[in-house]
Structures are given as C-alpha cells and as structure tokens.
Design a protein around this ligand. Structure first.
Ligand code: CP
Length: 317
C-alpha cells in the first residue's frame, strides 16, 4: 500500500491487519512514561490542512512524534496558499522540502486522489520515489482513518464487528465519515442502517450497501452501536432544513432515546459534537459513549497507517 485515499481500497484482510497493527502500537506504548518508538526515525511527515481540524491533525502529529518522525504542520491560512499558490505547486513544494508522507485535508472531494496522481507522475518523470499521500478528509467524499479508528473502537467495545448492527444518524448528505463508515463496516461484515431526514440523504443512497430509515426511535432497540454525525452547517450555504429545533427533536440522541438502547450498545461520535442538538450532554458524557476512546484510538490507528505506508507490509511493531 503506497497511499491511503479511500477505504474502498481495503479488503477485509487489509483492514483487519490495520486494526491489529493499531492495537499492537497501543500495547507497545502501554504504561510507558516516555512514549517514543524509533520506528520512523529519519522520516519526515507533513500535514497540510485546507480545512480546520482538531482531532485528525493533532492525532497524526502525535502518531508521527511517538514514532520519532519529524512532523511538520502546514495550515493553508498561514502558508503561501493564501497568496494563490496552487494545490499541485504546494504539494510538490512540500515533497521537494523533504516530505516522505503528505497528510492532506481539503474541502474538494477528490483532492487527495489528485495529489497522489500528480506525485506519481512527477516521480515517474524524475525517476524518484513519490511520497505517500494520506487522505485526512476530502470534501464530502472520504475520511479513511476516521472509519478505521471507528472500526477499532467498535471492535474493542463489541468484541467483533461481523454481524453487528450499526446505526448512523444525521447529516449523511455532507458526511465523508458516513461514506467511509458505510463502506468499511460493510467490508467488515456489519449491518449498517442510516437514519436521517430525506433532506440530508444524498441522491443514490439506495444503492449504498446499507438500509435507510427515518425513525430513530424505531432503530435504537436492538442496535449494537449508534454513530451520531455532526450537522455540517458550513456545507449548507446558509440553508438548513429541518430547523435545528426540529432536527434535535427528531434525530437528536436524548437521554430518553439512550434508554431505548440495549445495555451493551455503544454510542460513537467522530467529533466535533454539537451538544444539545445532535447529542445531549448527558449522553455524550455517559458510560455508553466512546467518544474519547475514539480519539485515543485515532492516534494508534494513525501510527499503524503511517507505519504500513512508510515502512511496508512485511515488518511488524
Ligand atoms: N473527526 C474529525 O475529523 O475531527 P476534526 O475535524 O477535529 O479533525
């Protein structure tokens, strides 16, 4: 595996291997006062984010640093992107400056794929090694490391993913997290249900490998996991239907709805959470919620991804 652009490139064996690798990293660091492995010493990892981020950017940085890589963060707003530099020139510049891996977040769907194509073309022409490109979220398309860390969290909480029913709730239309999770969970053998107002479902969703429903109350009993999604107002051009109040009443995970879940069910949210709208504070902070476990797993999963891309398939931790 040279790049990680979409979970569609992972079959069940490859995805499971990444989950196992992330757990090996977690074990390798467990109880250590100094969290430093020599695994990526001498490698340079750069993050380049054209959209804001807390969890993804920070966890990639921590992952790289815990493996002794040199990690450089580039934000579009404080780089020459703000002077008009193109995506291609920015990516080539960062590679020329020494990046072995470029971790890219961009508002345009397909941006990470395009960078990977440019890098491969450049590498062929120059007879050089292309850097690994990792998609850290491209528009509404894909967020592969998020789906992988979600799968890791589900596996840890539920024991296995095969045959489990996972209900994704909310703004499916704008969610790269939903698109990534539907594909990966299907690959791993889960039954996926989407619950959303019709206005927040994409055209063509009926062809996805999942079931679509509109009543959250009806889907919660018997679910093994419920994944709440953020309502992405920034992608709605100022319009939002249903209203925030209607949305909260019909699709918010309230304490009343939490009680409809089975005792062993788990609640996930990729963050950032809009407390009080899509999820009640008491639910987000309840023992059923795995939100902070998702964040911790994000570091171990991103260590696993960087390791596999930069060191290769044959090595283990
Ligand atoms: N889940 C997620 O991608 O969060 P950030 O936008 O904070 O990275």
């Amino acid at each position: 595996m040279k790049h990680l652009l979409t979970v569609a490139d992972l079959d069940r064996a490859a995805a499971t291997e990444l989950l196992d690798e992330a757990e090996r990293f977690e074990q390798a660091l467990l109880g250590r006062e100094v969290k430093k492995l020599p695994t990526l010493r001498g490698r340079t990892v750069m993050t380049v984010f054209y959209e804001n981020s807390t969890r993804t950017r920070v966890s990639f940085e921590v992952a790289g640093k815990w493996m002794s890589a040199d990690v450089i963060n580039v934000s579009a707003s404080s780089s020459s992107v703000s002077k008009g530099e193109s995506l291609r020139d920015t990516a080539l510049t960062l590679h020329a400056a020494g990046a072995d891996a470029l971790i890219v977040r961009h508002p345009a769907s397909g941006a990470a794929h395009q960078i990977a194509r440019w890098m491969e073309q450049w590498a062929r022409e120059e007879n050089r090694q292309a850097p690994s490109i990792i998609n850290a979220g491209d528009g509404t398309h894909q967020h592969p490391t998020q789906a992988l860390l979600d799968a890791l969290t589900l596996r840890q909480r539920l024991g296995d993913i095969e045959g489990k029913r996972v209900v994704l709730v909310g703004d499916i239309l704008h969610s790269r997290v939903a698109r990534s999770n539907v594909v990966l969970l299907d690959t791993l053998g889960a039954e996926v249900v989407l619950v959303a107002p019709r206005t927040l479902l994409p055209v063509g969703v009926d062809a996805w490998p999942c079931r679509v429903a509109t009543s959250l109350d009806a889907e919660l009993p018997g679910a093994d996991a419920v994944m709440m999604l953020r309502v992405q107002a920034e992608r709605m051009n100022g319009g939002f239907f249903p209203s925030a109040r209607e949305y909260s009443i019909n699709y918010g995970l309230s304490e009343r709805r939490l009680a409809l879940l089975d005792d062993d069910a788990v609640v996930l949210h990729p963050g950032p959470m809009l407390r009080g709208m899509e999820i009640a504070s008491a639910v987000a902070d309840s023992p059923k919620a795995a939100v902070l476990q998702q964040v911790s797993n994000g570091v171990h999963m991103r260590m696993a991804v960087l390791f596999r891309l930069l060191v290769g398939q044959e090595e283990t931790v």
